[in-house]
Design a protein around this ligand. Structure first.
Ligand SMILES: [Fe+2]
Length: 262
Protein backbone atom coordinates (compact mmCIF):
# COMPACT_ATOMS: atom_id res chain seq x y z
CA UNK A 1 0.00 0.00 0.00
CA UNK A 2 1.31 3.44 -0.91
CA UNK A 3 0.91 6.10 1.75
CA UNK A 4 1.49 9.65 0.58
CA UNK A 5 3.41 11.46 3.29
CA UNK A 6 4.91 13.98 0.92
CA UNK A 7 2.29 16.70 1.38
CA UNK A 8 3.58 20.03 2.56
CA UNK A 9 1.28 20.87 5.45
CA UNK A 10 3.48 23.41 7.19
CA UNK A 11 5.16 26.27 5.39
CA UNK A 12 7.11 27.36 8.45
CA UNK A 13 7.39 30.81 9.95
CA UNK A 14 3.75 31.23 10.98
CA UNK A 15 3.52 32.92 14.38
CA UNK A 16 0.10 31.39 15.02
CA UNK A 17 -1.33 28.23 13.58
CA UNK A 18 -5.03 27.50 13.88
CA UNK A 19 -5.63 23.89 12.96
CA UNK A 20 -9.11 22.50 12.45
CA UNK A 21 -9.37 18.74 12.91
CA UNK A 22 -12.45 17.04 11.51
CA UNK A 23 -13.35 13.36 11.59
CA UNK A 24 -16.14 10.85 10.88
CA UNK A 25 -18.14 12.85 8.37
CA UNK A 26 -19.91 9.71 7.14
CA UNK A 27 -21.44 11.10 3.98
CA UNK A 28 -23.35 13.81 5.85
CA UNK A 29 -22.85 16.77 3.49
CA UNK A 30 -25.21 19.09 5.40
CA UNK A 31 -23.14 18.73 8.56
CA UNK A 32 -19.87 19.06 6.64
CA UNK A 33 -20.94 22.28 4.91
CA UNK A 34 -21.89 23.90 8.23
CA UNK A 35 -18.57 22.87 9.74
CA UNK A 36 -16.76 24.25 6.66
CA UNK A 37 -18.57 27.57 7.24
CA UNK A 38 -17.49 27.62 10.88
CA UNK A 39 -13.90 26.81 9.85
CA UNK A 40 -13.94 29.70 7.37
CA UNK A 41 -15.23 32.12 10.01
CA UNK A 42 -12.47 31.15 12.44
CA UNK A 43 -9.61 31.95 10.03
CA UNK A 44 -8.16 28.45 10.17
CA UNK A 45 -4.71 27.97 8.61
CA UNK A 46 -4.70 24.16 8.27
CA UNK A 47 -7.45 21.54 8.10
CA UNK A 48 -6.79 17.90 8.96
CA UNK A 49 -9.30 15.10 8.36
CA UNK A 50 -8.98 11.90 10.40
CA UNK A 51 -11.03 9.70 8.07
CA UNK A 52 -14.42 8.00 7.82
CA UNK A 53 -15.48 10.53 5.21
CA UNK A 54 -17.79 7.87 3.77
CA UNK A 55 -20.16 5.23 5.16
CA UNK A 56 -23.66 5.56 6.73
CA UNK A 57 -24.62 8.77 4.91
CA UNK A 58 -26.16 9.64 1.54
CA UNK A 59 -23.33 11.71 -0.01
CA UNK A 60 -20.01 9.81 0.10
CA UNK A 61 -18.58 11.13 -3.20
CA UNK A 62 -19.69 14.71 -2.54
CA UNK A 63 -18.17 14.62 0.94
CA UNK A 64 -14.90 13.24 -0.42
CA UNK A 65 -14.67 16.06 -2.98
CA UNK A 66 -15.48 18.66 -0.30
CA UNK A 67 -12.92 17.26 2.15
CA UNK A 68 -10.27 17.21 -0.58
CA UNK A 69 -10.91 20.90 -1.20
CA UNK A 70 -10.87 21.72 2.52
CA UNK A 71 -8.17 19.57 4.12
CA UNK A 72 -4.42 19.36 3.49
CA UNK A 73 -3.87 16.15 5.47
CA UNK A 74 -6.41 13.32 5.11
CA UNK A 75 -6.31 9.95 6.87
CA UNK A 76 -8.11 6.69 6.10
CA UNK A 77 -10.79 5.35 8.44
CA UNK A 78 -12.28 1.88 8.78
CA UNK A 79 -15.18 2.82 6.47
CA UNK A 80 -12.70 3.78 3.75
CA UNK A 81 -11.05 0.43 4.33
CA UNK A 82 -14.42 -1.33 3.98
CA UNK A 83 -14.86 0.39 0.62
CA UNK A 84 -11.43 -0.60 -0.66
CA UNK A 85 -11.38 -4.17 0.75
CA UNK A 86 -13.19 -7.03 -0.98
CA UNK A 87 -16.90 -7.24 -0.21
CA UNK A 88 -16.24 -10.44 1.78
CA UNK A 89 -13.65 -8.69 3.93
CA UNK A 90 -16.03 -5.78 4.51
CA UNK A 91 -18.83 -8.20 5.48
CA UNK A 92 -16.49 -9.87 7.96
CA UNK A 93 -15.34 -6.59 9.52
CA UNK A 94 -18.68 -4.82 9.95
CA UNK A 95 -21.99 -5.14 11.72
CA UNK A 96 -25.11 -5.40 9.52
CA UNK A 97 -26.10 -1.73 9.72
CA UNK A 98 -22.65 -0.46 8.73
CA UNK A 99 -22.17 -3.14 6.08
CA UNK A 100 -25.46 -2.39 4.25
CA UNK A 101 -24.51 1.29 4.15
CA UNK A 102 -21.09 0.29 2.76
CA UNK A 103 -22.82 -1.67 -0.02
CA UNK A 104 -24.65 1.57 -0.93
CA UNK A 105 -21.45 3.64 -0.58
CA UNK A 106 -19.50 1.38 -2.95
CA UNK A 107 -22.03 2.07 -5.71
CA UNK A 108 -21.50 5.83 -5.33
CA UNK A 109 -17.71 5.98 -5.68
CA UNK A 110 -15.67 5.86 -8.89
CA UNK A 111 -12.66 3.60 -9.41
CA UNK A 112 -10.33 6.58 -9.06
CA UNK A 113 -12.02 7.72 -5.84
CA UNK A 114 -11.64 4.23 -4.38
CA UNK A 115 -7.97 4.14 -5.45
CA UNK A 116 -7.47 7.51 -3.74
CA UNK A 117 -9.04 6.25 -0.49
CA UNK A 118 -6.80 3.20 -0.65
CA UNK A 119 -3.70 5.42 -0.83
CA UNK A 120 -4.40 7.11 2.51
CA UNK A 121 -2.63 6.25 5.75
CA UNK A 122 -4.59 5.43 8.96
CA UNK A 123 -2.19 7.47 11.12
CA UNK A 124 0.61 9.98 10.74
CA UNK A 125 3.14 11.90 12.83
CA UNK A 126 3.31 15.56 11.81
CA UNK A 127 6.70 16.18 13.38
CA UNK A 128 7.00 19.82 12.27
CA UNK A 129 4.06 20.72 14.47
CA UNK A 130 4.71 18.01 17.07
CA UNK A 131 1.38 16.30 16.52
CA UNK A 132 0.30 12.67 16.12
CA UNK A 133 -2.96 11.96 14.31
CA UNK A 134 -4.84 8.70 13.78
CA UNK A 135 -8.32 7.59 12.85
CA UNK A 136 -8.64 4.96 15.60
CA UNK A 137 -5.32 4.41 17.33
CA UNK A 138 -1.72 5.43 16.66
CA UNK A 139 -0.39 2.33 18.46
CA UNK A 140 1.06 -0.05 15.83
CA UNK A 141 -1.37 -2.81 14.76
CA UNK A 142 -4.26 -1.25 16.69
CA UNK A 143 -5.64 0.85 13.84
CA UNK A 144 -9.37 0.40 14.45
CA UNK A 145 -9.34 0.09 18.23
CA UNK A 146 -11.94 2.24 20.03
CA UNK A 147 -9.76 4.22 22.41
CA UNK A 148 -12.41 4.87 25.08
CA UNK A 149 -11.39 3.03 28.26
CA UNK A 150 -8.75 4.58 30.49
CA UNK A 151 -6.31 1.68 30.04
CA UNK A 152 -6.29 2.11 26.27
CA UNK A 153 -6.02 5.89 26.53
CA UNK A 154 -2.97 5.51 28.79
CA UNK A 155 -1.35 3.12 26.30
CA UNK A 156 -2.01 5.69 23.59
CA UNK A 157 -0.34 8.39 25.72
CA UNK A 158 2.67 6.14 26.33
CA UNK A 159 2.96 5.31 22.63
CA UNK A 160 2.78 8.90 21.42
CA UNK A 161 6.15 10.41 20.51
CA UNK A 162 4.55 13.85 20.37
CA UNK A 163 2.97 15.83 23.20
CA UNK A 164 -0.45 15.83 21.59
CA UNK A 165 -2.19 12.95 19.84
CA UNK A 166 -5.57 13.49 18.18
CA UNK A 167 -7.98 10.66 17.34
CA UNK A 168 -11.45 10.10 15.87
CA UNK A 169 -13.39 6.84 15.33
CA UNK A 170 -15.40 6.69 18.60
CA UNK A 171 -17.62 9.66 17.62
CA UNK A 172 -17.33 10.84 21.25
CA UNK A 173 -15.20 13.92 22.03
CA UNK A 174 -12.65 13.56 24.81
CA UNK A 175 -9.60 15.26 26.30
CA UNK A 176 -7.32 13.22 28.55
CA UNK A 177 -4.12 14.59 30.04
CA UNK A 178 -1.22 12.62 31.50
CA UNK A 179 -1.33 14.77 34.67
CA UNK A 180 -5.05 15.54 35.03
CA UNK A 181 -6.68 12.45 33.55
CA UNK A 182 -10.08 12.99 31.93
CA UNK A 183 -11.19 16.61 31.52
CA UNK A 184 -14.87 16.41 32.43
CA UNK A 185 -15.64 20.01 31.51
CA UNK A 186 -13.82 21.78 28.72
CA UNK A 187 -13.24 25.52 28.97
CA UNK A 188 -13.08 27.31 25.64
CA UNK A 189 -10.24 27.22 24.99
CA UNK A 190 -8.55 24.60 27.14
CA UNK A 191 -4.86 25.54 27.56
CA UNK A 192 -2.72 22.49 26.88
CA UNK A 193 0.02 23.60 29.21
CA UNK A 194 3.39 22.55 30.52
CA UNK A 195 4.83 19.14 29.98
CA UNK A 196 1.49 17.37 30.10
CA UNK A 197 0.78 14.97 27.23
CA UNK A 198 -2.70 14.80 25.75
CA UNK A 199 -4.98 12.41 23.96
CA UNK A 200 -7.79 14.32 22.26
CA UNK A 201 -10.80 12.96 20.42
CA UNK A 202 -12.58 15.53 18.25
CA UNK A 203 -15.88 13.61 17.96
CA UNK A 204 -17.81 13.25 14.71
CA UNK A 205 -18.99 15.77 12.13
CA UNK A 206 -21.67 13.58 10.60
CA UNK A 207 -22.85 11.17 13.30
CA UNK A 208 -22.07 12.34 16.88
CA UNK A 209 -22.65 9.72 19.59
CA UNK A 210 -22.26 11.71 22.80
CA UNK A 211 -25.90 12.71 23.17
CA UNK A 212 -25.42 16.06 21.40
CA UNK A 213 -26.81 16.16 17.86
CA UNK A 214 -24.62 19.05 16.73
CA UNK A 215 -21.66 18.35 14.45
CA UNK A 216 -18.42 18.10 16.41
CA UNK A 217 -14.84 19.00 15.50
CA UNK A 218 -11.77 20.48 17.18
CA UNK A 219 -9.47 23.48 16.81
CA UNK A 220 -5.87 23.48 18.01
CA UNK A 221 -4.22 26.88 18.30
CA UNK A 222 -0.44 26.93 18.43
CA UNK A 223 1.01 30.31 19.31
CA UNK A 224 4.59 30.98 20.45
CA UNK A 225 4.86 27.51 21.96
CA UNK A 226 1.54 27.91 23.79
CA UNK A 227 -1.12 25.48 22.61
CA UNK A 228 -4.85 25.49 23.29
CA UNK A 229 -7.80 23.35 22.22
CA UNK A 230 -11.41 24.28 21.52
CA UNK A 231 -14.17 21.78 20.89
CA UNK A 232 -16.58 23.23 18.35
CA UNK A 233 -20.25 22.19 18.11
CA UNK A 234 -22.22 23.29 15.07
CA UNK A 235 -25.95 23.07 14.33
CA UNK A 236 -27.00 21.79 10.90
CA UNK A 237 -30.25 20.84 9.24
CA UNK A 238 -30.71 17.16 10.19
CA UNK A 239 -34.03 17.03 8.33
CA UNK A 240 -32.22 17.66 5.04
CA UNK A 241 -29.86 14.76 5.75
CA UNK A 242 -32.82 12.57 6.69
CA UNK A 243 -34.60 13.45 3.43
CA UNK A 244 -31.51 12.54 1.40
CA UNK A 245 -31.13 9.26 3.31
CA UNK A 246 -34.79 8.37 2.76
CA UNK A 247 -34.45 9.08 -0.96
CA UNK A 248 -31.71 6.46 -1.29
CA UNK A 249 -33.46 4.02 1.08
CA UNK A 250 -30.82 3.96 3.81
CA UNK A 251 -31.92 2.26 7.05
CA UNK A 252 -34.16 4.58 9.18
CA UNK A 253 -31.99 3.82 12.22
CA UNK A 254 -29.23 5.78 10.49
CA UNK A 255 -31.21 9.02 10.38
CA UNK A 256 -33.18 8.57 13.59
CA UNK A 257 -29.95 8.37 15.56
CA UNK A 258 -28.79 11.75 14.21
CA UNK A 259 -31.53 13.58 16.13
CA UNK A 260 -30.38 12.20 19.49
CA UNK A 261 -26.67 12.16 18.73
CA UNK A 262 -26.23 8.47 19.42
FE1 LIG B 1 -16.73 6.59 12.10
Amino acid sequence: MLFDNSITYYKGGEATMKIAIISDIHGNLEALEKVAEDIKNLGITLVICLGDIVGYGPYPAECLTRVQSLATVILRGNHEQAVTDTIEEAREAMKDLAFHAIEFTRTKLSTSEIAYLNSLSPSQVLSEINLTIAHGSAVPDRGWTYVEKEGLIKQELKNSATRICVLGHTHVPLVYGSAHGLYKYLPDPLILGGDEKFIINVGSVGQPRDGDCRASYGVLKIENDATSFSLRRVFYNIQKTEDAMRAVMLDPILYERLYCGE
